[in-house]
Each structure stands twice: as structure tokens, then as C-alpha cells.
Design a protein around this ligand. Structure first.
Ligand code: ADP
Ligand code: ZN
Length: 459
């Protein structure tokens, strides 16, 4: 029996019947047996897979064998999933060290694909896939699409970038598996996105949340109302976004917006996905085992603690990372979910350990600034600029006014800037200099948004 709670805010609904159909379909599963497996059975499955995987990696990846030997762990020491803490961690630095083939666990002849990270925080890394790896990845994305109400009746517009970036290829594959009519748009060319969205009556949109907000803004400018388009669900991820931003997108497009998470190192999007409850993302833990650790000591923290998310791919063949430190800050929960899935849930990661800015000794996450902006009635179009002048950090936030907010009366602008700066001071504990800028002057993103310009590192 499912208990479905409707979103607390009012949606402006277009085709009501279609919306309700998708809400109802969101109670389906793509791989029911796995998605609703009793926890004890899941543990058994994970244990079997881990024992096999550790042997595979030890025998085929000299880089990881060295790490295990250094730690004094042998494959025989790993008898169940409870022994996972004995294994050494892998970090992004290891991936860069081992670039390109150092962590490959299968002959290149058995690999059919590479993908690469976006390079948001440094040099890109490459990941390899066998056909089985591609299949399990696409299954994970299919689970996400079905959890959002997708069926073969849907038209799924994939506006994540295609190519080395995993967003486009992952959701494209998932959409095929579900049997949706897939529109492989890739990101960018917003006019064409809107033309296909309207001409072909797309019902599901997949892209980054910042691009979804941009598409919504452009639709509005062109005079479209939510009821003029057929979209009913969105699957948005690849970057952090706030609840406030979710509400904004849901209202402006008349859809339910679902979060999806993943990283190239583990496969790509679909490592975890949101269900109708919208209170965190179910981890596809038959493929990816999640742990939360203290980022300073490496100690595993109990369920419910906040810390760094670590993933082990339990059955990937070509690039099976064991205990990979994602640097994403997150919380795991086994709380029972109303959707019926038993898969463990992870909270929305609200930043990475390396996203966090330390300004005048205070920890600042861009997501905190975004929360303030949306609470104060601004759109999430902003840029943070940090610099160091005479050994002091400067902290500026440029915020765009919407056309409705726009005024060129200096005293009004100053007043608005003061109100915003105060709200940020309350949230962060330090004072930013806020500059309100004219509508459409901050560059829009078709992929992951660039929110921070830290000039202190450029010296
Ligand atoms: P890069 O590390 O270069 O950005 P990827 O494109 O593989 O490479 O991005 C993976 C990262 O994107 C994750 O580690 C996480 O920080 C971020 N991410 C992905 N999905 C989400 C999401 N739904 N919410 C927050 N952050 C996300
Ligand atoms: Zn659920």
C-alpha cells in the first residue's frame, strides 16, 4: 500500500489528467525485486558481490593491490559487507595519478566506452565501461525515470550534455530501457529545446537544475504558461540545488521535479534517485555501497551522521572503484519510505568538501547564499567573487534583479542591497557586499552553473 503525499505548495497544472497519470505511475518500479528487497537479503547480495569484486580488483589492478598490501589486507580478509571498512580508500588524487589506465581492471579489448568528469574542481579523470557496465548504469537511470512516473507512453527530452559528460548518455540509455520516445537534444540551443518540447509534447525533461531554470525563464519570456506545455516531470541533477530552487522550477513549469545524483567515477547519473516522497534519493545499493565517513579521520560514522560520502562499486567490471571518497557532504538514512523501496536514502548533497569557501575564517557554501536569495524573492542567478586585498578577504555577491524587480532608482537599489546583505549576514555570520545587477547580465548555464570566482587561488 502506498501513501503518497502531494507537494505542499500549489502547482499550476496544465494537463491535469496527464499530471495525475504520471503521479500514479510514479508508484511503479523498474526492477521491483531489487528496489523493494528486504534489507537482510540486500546485505547478503552485497556481501557476495563484494567478496568477488575485491578478488577481481586485487588480481587485476596493481595500483589497488599495492594499497591493500600497504594496509595489510588480503582478499581473504573480506568475508562480508561488514568487512568493507578494512579496505583502503581511493581518492580523486589516486585517479589522477593512475590516469589513464592505472585503475583499469579489464583488458581494453573488453571495454566499449569511456566517459570523463566535467572537471569542475580540477583535472579531468576518465572512466572505462564494459557492455555490462553500460547496462547496469542504464538500468539505474531507468529506475530513476520510472520512479518519476515515466512509462513507454512518455516523451523524454534529454537536455544534459552528450559526449564525454555522463548526463546525456546515461539518461538517454535509461529512457530507451523504459521505452520512452527519447529526444536526444543535448544541452544548449534553448530555442530549439523549446521548439521540440512543444512540437513533440515532451512529458519528461532531464537536465541540470540550472538549465531547467533557464528553460523555464525563456518559456516565460516567449509567453508560454505552464498549461501550454505537456511537461509533467523533471529529472534534474549533476549539481547541488536547494529545495527553494526545486519549488521555483516546479511552479514555473507545472511539473514535479525529481533529484538524481551520480558521478563519473562510479558510472554517472543514477547512483541514486528520488521517488514520489521527495525526501532524499534512494541509492542503487545493489550496485553501489554507500558509507559516510569523517573526512578528517576516515572513521565510518553511524547512520544519520553528516560526513563525506564514500562509494564502492560492487559489480562494475572495467573501472570498479573500492571505497572511493566522493568529497560530497551527505547523510544516509534507512528510514522507511512511503514509496515502498527499501534502498537506503541519501540526503541532497549540499556541497563538496572542496566547494566550501573559507572566507575570513568562516565556512561558506554557495547553497546557503542560494537559499537566502530564493527566500527573499530573487531568482538563483548569482555569482560569488572572493579576493584577497592587503591580507583581508573580500566577499562580493552579484545578484540579478528579475525584470519585475528591476529599478534604476539608486536609493531603491541601495535599500534592496542592504536587505539582502543583512539576510546573508544572518545565514552566514559574515557580511558580504551585495551588488544588484540588471536582468540577464549574469551568464546562464546550459550545464553545471559556475557560482564562484575565487581570485585568491590565482596567485
Ligand atoms: P566533476 O567532479 O568534474 O563535476 P562529474 O560530472 O562526474 O564530475 O560530477 C559529479 C559530482 O557532481 C558529484 O560528486 C557531486 O558533487 C555533483 N552532483 C551530481 N549530482 C548531484 C545532485 N543531485 N546534487 C548535488 N550534487 C550533485
Ligand atoms: Zn522512496
Amino acid at each position: 500500500v502506498f501513501v503518497f503525499s502531494h507537494p505542499s505548495h500549489n502547482l499550476t497544472l496544465g494537463n491535469q489528467a496527464n499530471y495525475e497519470r504520471m503521479i500514479k505511475m510514479a508508484q511503479n518500479y523498474y526492477q521491483k525485486e531489487i528496489e523493494t528487497m528486504p534489507i537482510e537479503e540486500m546485505k547478503k547480495l552485497q556481501s557476495e558481490k563484494l567478496v568477488k569484486q575485491v578478488k577481481h580488483v586485487y588480481e587485476n589492478v596493481p595500483y589497488y593491490k599495492n594499497l591493500m598490501d600497504e594496509k595489510g589486507v588480503k582478499p581473504d580478509d573480506i568475508k562480508s559487507i561488514d568487512d568493507i571498512h578494512k579496505l583502503p580508500f581511493l581518492t580523486k588524487a589516486d585517479l589522477r595519478d593512475a590516469y589513464p589506465y592505472g585503475l583499469l581492471a579489464k583488458p581494453l579489448d573488453d571495454c566499449v566506452r569511456i566517459q570523463s568528469t566535467s572537471g569542475t574542481t580540477g583535472r579531468r579523470v576518465v572512466a572505462f565501461y564494459t557492455q555490462n557496465d553500460v547496462d547496469l548504469w542504464e538500468d539505474c537511470c531507468a529506475r530513476a525515470i520510472v520512479a518519476a512516473g515515466g512509462t513507454k507512453k512518455d516523451v523524454c527530452q534529454v537536455a544534459y550534455g552528450y559526449g564525454l559528460f555522463t548526463g546525456g548518455p546515461g539518461l538517454n540509455g535509461g529512457s530507451h530501457k523504459v521505452g520512452c520516445l527519447t529526444l536526444p537534444m543535448s544541452s544548449g540551443n534553448t530555442e530549439r529545446q523549446i521548439q521540440f518540447m512543444t512540437d513533440l509534447s515532451a512529458t519528461i525533461l532531464c537536465c541540470t537544475p540550472s538549465y531547467a531554470a533557464y528553460i523555464a525563464e525563456t518559456l516565460k519570456e516567449q509567453g508560454y504558461k505552464p498549461e501550454d506545455i505537456s511537461l509533467k516531470a523533471g529529472i534534474f541533477g549533476a549539481e547541488p540545488w536547494t529545495e527553494e530552487m526545486r519549488r521555483g522550477i516546479e511552479e514555473s513549469l507545472g511539473i514535479k521535479a525529481y533529484d538524481i545524483y551520480g558521478l563519473t567515477e562510479t558510472t554517472g547519473p543514477g547512483v541514486s534517485f528520488e521517488c514520489s516522497e521527495q525526501t532524499g534519493m534512494h541509492v542503487n545499493e545493489d550496485h553501489f555501497y554507500a558509507e559516510i565517513i569523517d573526512p578528517d579521520t576516515g572513521e565510518v560514522l553511524p547512520e544519520g551522521s553528516k560526513g563525506e560520502l564514500v562509494f564502492t562499486s560492487l559489480d562494475k567490471e572495467a573501472f570498479p572503484l573500492l571505497r572511493y571518497r566522493t568529497r560530497d557532504i551527505c547523510v544516509l538514512s534507512r528510514k522507511k519510505c512511503s514509496c515502498g523501496r527499501t534502498l537506503i536514502k541519501m540526503a541532497k548533497p549540499m556541497g563538496r568538501t572542496d566547494d566550501m569557501l573559507i572566507i575570513r575564517g568562516v565556512n561558506v557554501f554557495p547553497s546557503q547564499i542560494e537559499t537566502v536569495l530564493l527566500n527573499e524573492g530573487y531568482q538563483p542567478n548569482y555569482q560569488i567573487i572572493v579576493d584577497r586585498v592587503n591580507n583581508n578577504d573580500t566577499f562580493e555577491v552579484n545578484v540579478e534583479m528579475s525584470p519585475e524587480q528591476f529599478t534604476d532608482k539608486v536609493s531603491d537599489v541601495l535599500k534592496m542591497e542592504k536587505v539582502l546583505a543583512n539576510a546573508m549576514k544572518i545565514m552566514l555570520g559574515i557580511n558580504p557586499t551585495v551588488h544588484l545587477v540588471a536582468p540577464k547580465t549574469i551568464a546562464r548555464s546550459e550545464g553545471k552553473a559556475v557560482r564562484v570566482i575565487d581570485k585568491r587561488n590565482l596567485i
